[in-house]
Design a protein. Sequence first.
Length: 68
Amino acid sequence: MYGSNKIKTQKQNIKEYLEDGLGLTKLGAFKNGFGMNLSSRISELKKDGLAIKTRPYMIGSREVEYYL
Protein backbone atom coordinates (compact mmCIF):
# COMPACT_ATOMS: atom_id res chain seq x y z
CA MET A 1 0.00 0.00 0.00
CA TYR A 2 1.16 3.49 -0.77
CA GLY A 3 2.08 5.55 2.22
CA SER A 4 2.65 2.53 4.43
CA ASN A 5 6.40 3.13 4.59
CA LYS A 6 6.84 6.09 6.94
CA ILE A 7 10.40 6.71 5.73
CA LYS A 8 9.22 7.72 2.26
CA THR A 9 8.06 11.28 1.72
CA GLN A 10 4.64 12.20 0.37
CA LYS A 11 6.35 13.24 -2.85
CA GLN A 12 8.04 9.84 -3.23
CA ASN A 13 4.79 7.99 -2.55
CA ILE A 14 2.89 10.12 -5.07
CA LYS A 15 5.59 9.55 -7.69
CA GLU A 16 5.44 5.77 -7.21
CA TYR A 17 1.64 5.83 -7.34
CA LEU A 18 1.65 7.70 -10.66
CA GLU A 19 4.43 5.53 -12.06
CA ASP A 20 2.22 2.50 -11.40
CA GLY A 21 -0.14 3.91 -14.02
CA LEU A 22 -2.74 5.18 -11.59
CA GLY A 23 -4.49 8.55 -11.71
CA LEU A 24 -4.70 10.72 -8.61
CA THR A 25 -7.15 13.39 -7.45
CA LYS A 26 -6.97 15.57 -4.33
CA LEU A 27 -9.46 13.33 -2.57
CA GLY A 28 -7.55 10.21 -3.64
CA ALA A 29 -4.32 11.70 -2.34
CA PHE A 30 -5.93 12.42 1.03
CA LYS A 31 -7.44 8.93 1.28
CA ASN A 32 -4.06 7.33 0.45
CA GLY A 33 -2.27 9.34 3.14
CA PHE A 34 -0.41 11.60 0.72
CA GLY A 35 -1.47 14.76 2.52
CA MET A 36 -3.81 17.58 1.66
CA ASN A 37 -1.59 19.66 -0.61
CA LEU A 38 -1.40 17.53 -3.74
CA SER A 39 -0.94 20.48 -6.10
CA SER A 40 2.30 21.47 -4.34
CA ARG A 41 3.69 17.92 -4.51
CA ILE A 42 2.72 17.70 -8.20
CA SER A 43 4.48 21.01 -8.83
CA GLU A 44 7.63 19.69 -7.14
CA LEU A 45 7.52 16.49 -9.19
CA LYS A 46 7.12 18.48 -12.42
CA LYS A 47 10.16 20.58 -11.46
CA ASP A 48 12.04 17.30 -10.95
CA GLY A 49 11.24 16.42 -14.57
CA LEU A 50 8.25 14.08 -14.22
CA ALA A 51 5.87 14.54 -17.17
CA ILE A 52 2.61 14.75 -15.23
CA LYS A 53 -0.57 15.48 -17.18
CA THR A 54 -4.06 16.43 -16.09
CA ARG A 55 -7.51 15.49 -17.29
CA PRO A 56 -10.99 16.38 -16.01
CA TYR A 57 -12.05 13.98 -13.30
CA MET A 58 -15.79 14.28 -13.92
CA ILE A 59 -17.86 16.06 -16.52
CA GLY A 60 -18.95 19.43 -15.17
CA SER A 61 -16.44 19.36 -12.30
CA ARG A 62 -13.39 21.55 -11.82
CA GLU A 63 -11.62 18.60 -10.17
CA VAL A 64 -8.70 17.21 -12.13
CA GLU A 65 -6.91 13.90 -12.12
CA TYR A 66 -3.14 13.80 -12.39
CA TYR A 67 -1.50 10.99 -14.34
CA LEU A 68 1.60 10.09 -16.36
